[in-house]
Design a protein around this ligand. Structure first.
Ligand code: SAM
Length: 325
């Protein structure tokens, strides 16, 4: 551990990061959950992003940002208007599913999530399932025209398995779209290298995620996993999300305003459980976040940005090469 990194108050347990004193069980009217630094996490301890109301508001802010990146569209894929069967994996509050339902009124949309946080107003063509998306999905093989996964890093241990399942659940010719914001932070004037800003935090973040057998920045590996599962026409679209006050053109400035309002919560919410589980006191964690905030917002020299990555892939129309589960 470098001198910049605070000492954990208790050694991290390699088996379960939730054994720390900073993470404890609590209960309210919705049932049992894990609490860390005041945030609520799924009681299984397997999901490293919170589900409390603050995070739900942030899901909606990120939804707005990602739509802005797509020029207002809901998907990077151009879907035919008669698309029938859509599955939203890790649907969260269902904000995307609900807007898709209005855009594609002839479709049936199934949103799956482990947490029951979906709004009670449900359009007639949306259905929710409460389930772990790493387990077999409750639908026949060859069911979906379109499978959508967005912002689910922090809940997935076996990405190749998830991608293979999507392959089987898609009809031949069906499309998978995966959208993730990268957790590494770049400098627009620097080399295009991972985390050239805040490298010590990013390194620590990565190490702690690895300890619980999770990938904190999986998007660069998506193409490899998609090809291995049998997908074709794999494409990645990267969109720059500027932080601070350096973007010049109107489109980037619009994104920058949205990103400035959510980037610290994004990094904080995605790292709370991992730091708390490793035994970091909240004060030490807050100090880490304050240091990042200074680095991102106070420097006149750097031009920080993160990236949204939109990945699309198609299941071939021939059915001979089904990917193994
Ligand atoms: C950050 S939210 C994003 C929600 C939604 N996709 C969106 O973009 O608005 C991530 C969601 O994925 C869900 N999730 C993550 N891992 C999961 C898993 N293994 N099984 C079921 N749901 C999971 C979480 O419960 C959470 O609601």
């Amino acid at each position: 551990m470098s001198q910049n990194e605070p000492e954990p108050t208790r050694a991290a347990n390699e088996e379960s990061c939730n054994s720390s004193a900073m993470v404890h069980y609590a209960e309210d009217e919705s049932g049992q959950y894990l609490e860390a630094y005041g945030h609520k996490f799924h009681a299984s301890g397997n999901i490293y992003v919170p589900f409390d109301e603050e995070e739900q508001r942030h899901m909606h802010a990120r939804h707005k940002l990602l739509r802005t990146c797509l020029g207002g569209a809901l998907t990077s894929t151009r879907l035919p208007p008669d698309t029938k069967t859509i599955v939203d994996i890790g649907t969260g509050t269902g904000v995307w599913a609900i807007e898709m339902a209005a855009r594609y009124p002839g479709s049936t949309i199934m949103g799956i999530d482990i947490s029951k946080i979906q709004s009670s107003v449900v359009p007639g063509n949306v259905r929710y399932l409460i389930a772990d998306i790493e387990q077999p999905w409750e639908m026949a093989d060859d069911y979906a025209d379109f499978v959508h996964m967005r912002d689910i890093t922090g809940g997935i241990r076996n990405w190749p398995g998830l991608v293979s399942q999507a392959f089987r659940k898609l009809k031949p010719g069906g499309v998978l779209e995966m959208t993730e914001m990268r957790t590494t932070i770049h400098d627009f004037d620097g080399k295009f290298d991972d985390a050239d800003i805040c490298p010590s935090f990013t390194k620590l973040f990565r190490t702690l995620y690895e300890r619980v057998n999770m990938d904190f920045d999986p998007a660069p590996k998506f193409p490899e996993w998609l090809h291995a599962a049998g997908f074709e026409n794999v494409k990645q679209r990267m969109e720059i999300l500027p932080i601070g006050d350096w973007a010049k053109d109107d489109q980037l400035r619009q994104r920058q305003k949205l990103v400035n309002n959510l980037v610290m919560q994004y990094l904080g919410h995605h790292s709370t459980m991992i730091f708390a589980g490793a035994g970091y006191e909240q004060k030490a964690f807050d100090e880490q976040l304050s240091a990042i905030k200074r680095e991102l917002f106070d420097s006149q020299q750097s031009k920080p940005y993160v990236m949204a990555v939109f990945t699309t892939a198609r299941r071939p129309t021939t059915t001979s090469d089904l990917a193994p589960l």
